[in-house]
Design a binder for this molecule. Structure first.
Ligand SMILES: Nc1nc2c(ncn2[C@@H]2O[C@H](COP(=O)(O)OP(=O)(O)OP(=O)(O)O)[C@@H](O)[C@H]2O)c(=O)[nH]1
Ligand SMILES: [Mg+2]
Length: 339
């Protein structure tokens, strides 16, 4: 199962208490104070693990507590510092404060860390409280409380290129043809229920990541179908490929184009202004070429590049990858990422 939004509770460890203690030695009836400090409570840390792709682990366990620091002891012994509690998250995890909705961190790089709740400092032992007028202090500090908060983890996948289109447009089939990804493919709408990423090779050394998301239908931005939630996963993409079924069996391409265009707009993140290529799919099964030609003109008038492909015969796939790559380059792909 794919989970891309969870609400969890995190609590850092409390600091250990400082100790009240006095030296006991032979022949020294009243030894001085020797109570040690408490140890630090453990932080709760989020860390990006590049091998994770979902937040599913957090769905079933919504609460996390780091250990408390050890209490101080006699003979000036300091309590043990508690280890941090490290929670692994997939790349692309946005961390929000559940109460205010404020974004606390956007975790994208493998190994990137964020302290989401800070452990409490240990309390000072009674050795620190000696004053000229108070040689035998019976006081020590309690440990500081560890921070606690409710947070929302929201996954926005990191991909360079996003595939959008009506259900059945051929998105998953395309991804399976240009990458090693094995998304579910079937002859009915809403086959894809969660995003799938694939790496598309361009030549020998270069590649980009393509995201297949569930089909979009009219009203997706209002929560109809599956589309709304998943548009989030193309928020980070630099290029959008809009797939339109050209076979003419089921859908009118003009209508198909407008529906998706509208949903991209309504989503509200400027997705409709992203560099985009319109891809005419299932070109091997075209019923009405006049319709295809009219649609091509319509798309070009709108200022988009148009590529005709067939995942069955392979026609146009190479060209599509090439043009996508060029558009990515223009959008600044790969800059500063080498080395
Ligand atoms: N003839 C032909 N059929 C295709 C082509 N590409 C996809 N199909 C068929 O179209 C149907 C839908 O393909 P999918 O790749 O599952 O479509 P999708 O856009 O991922 O659909 P959802 O996941 O429901 O949004 C399947 O039966 C595919 O075999 C193509 O190039 N030519
Ligand atoms: Mg699909």
């Amino acid at each position: 199962m794919f989970v891309d939004r969870v609400k969890i509770y995190v609590k850092a460890g409390d600091g250990g208490a400082g100790c009240v203690s006095f030296r006991r030695e032979k022949y020294v009836p009243k030894g001085g104070p020797d109570g040690g400090d408490g140890g630090r409570g453990g932080d709760v840390i989020l860390e990006v693990d590049p091998h994770l792709f979902t937040l599913i682990d957090y769905k079933y366990k919504p609460s996390y507590r780091a250990q408390n620091g050890g209490h101080g002891k006699g003979k000036k012994m300091k309590g043990k510092d508690a280890p941090p509690l490290v929670l692994r998250v997939p790349p692309g995890t946005v961390v929000k404060d559940a109460e205010t909705g404020r974004i606390l961190a956007d975790l994208t790089e493998p190994g990137q860390r964020f302290v989401v709740a800070k452990g409490g400092r240990g309390g000072r032992g009674n050795v620190h409280f000696v004053k000229p007028w108070r040689q035998a202090p019976r006081i020590a500090e309690p440990g500081e409380k560890g921070e606690e908060r409710w947070i929302i983890l929201e996954l926005k996948l990191i991909a360079d290129v996003g595939l959008v289109g009506l259900p059945n447009a051929g998105k998953s089939t395309l991804l399976s043809r240009v990458s090693h990804a094995k998304p579910a493919i079937a002859d009915y709408p809403f086959t894809t229920l969660y995003p799938v990423l694939g790496v598309v090779r361009v030549g020998e050394y270069e590649s980009f990541v393509m995201a297949d998301i569930p089909g979009i239908i009219e009203g997706a931005h209002k929560g109809v179908g599956l589309g709304l939630d998943f548009l989030r996963h193309i928020e980070r993409t630099k290029v959008i490929l809009q797939l339109v079924d050209m076979s003419g069996f089921e859908v009118d391409p003009f209508k198909a184009f407008e529906v998706v265009e509208k949903e991209l707009k309504e989503y509200g993140q400027g997705l409709e202004k992203r560099p985009r290529i319109v891809v005419g799919t299932k070109i091997d099964a075209v019923q009405n070429w006049a319709l295809v030609n009219r649609f091509e003109e319509f798309v070009k008038e709108k200022g988009f590049d148009f590529v005709k492909v067939s995942a069955v015969t392979g026609v146009g796939l190479k060209e599509l990858v090439g043009r996508t790559w060029r558009l990515l380059k223009e959008a600044g792909h790969g800059q500063g990422e080498e080395g």
